[in-house]
Design a protein around this ligand. Sequence first.
Ligand SMILES: [Zn+2]
Length: 233
Amino acid sequence: MPVTDTALRRLHEILLQVADIRGQIERGPKQIKAAQGQLQIARDALAQCKEAIKQKRMEGDRKQLLQREREAKLYEWQGKLNAANNNREYQAVKDQIAADTQANSVLSDEILEILESIDALQAKSVELEAKLKVVESDTAKTESRIQERLVVLKQELARVEGELKAEEAKIPADFEDTYRRLVDSRAEEAFAPLDDKSCGGCNTGLTLKLIDQLRMGTPALCSSCGCLIYRPG
Ligand SMILES: [Zn+2]
């Protein structure tokens, strides 16, 4: 007894369901990974911002220390100025004081600039922290949603695979080898419905002889793509 197109249609339908569910199951971990990737990006951004604040603070501290050292020196120069023995010495000390005062003024500007950039970075850090909280909660939600979905999908897969086994048990003996060979090599892609006068798998036009055979309810192989074609319901 050859396989009927009704039986093949049903088998193909179940094979497509199996493939669809398996595809969804495979996508689950990828979706979780993608969500975790976003979380890592948000964490890295915050860590980088905090590190930048730390570096700026250290730079500010270094410059402030330098400024204090110069101020102490200026105080010393001031003493030397008062104790100068002659005009030349007086002028030399005075020039030194002018140079150090100028240098400290530049330093003050630099320190101010650093303090301003620390303020800006701190504001950014607050934003990034808020964003991280949102991403963390989104990621947790995505993860639990996908985990729950995976449980359902695995149950569904078991059910549909059971249906497939039951349907495969009905396959006529003389079709068993052909079916197994097709399924093993191309799974659900080994079968295609007739699409008007063409193969539903590759769109190649079929011979009248083949169409006649299909119209009689007997599946036939497409000479172009090798799909086993059946009459759609
Ligand atoms: Zn074809």
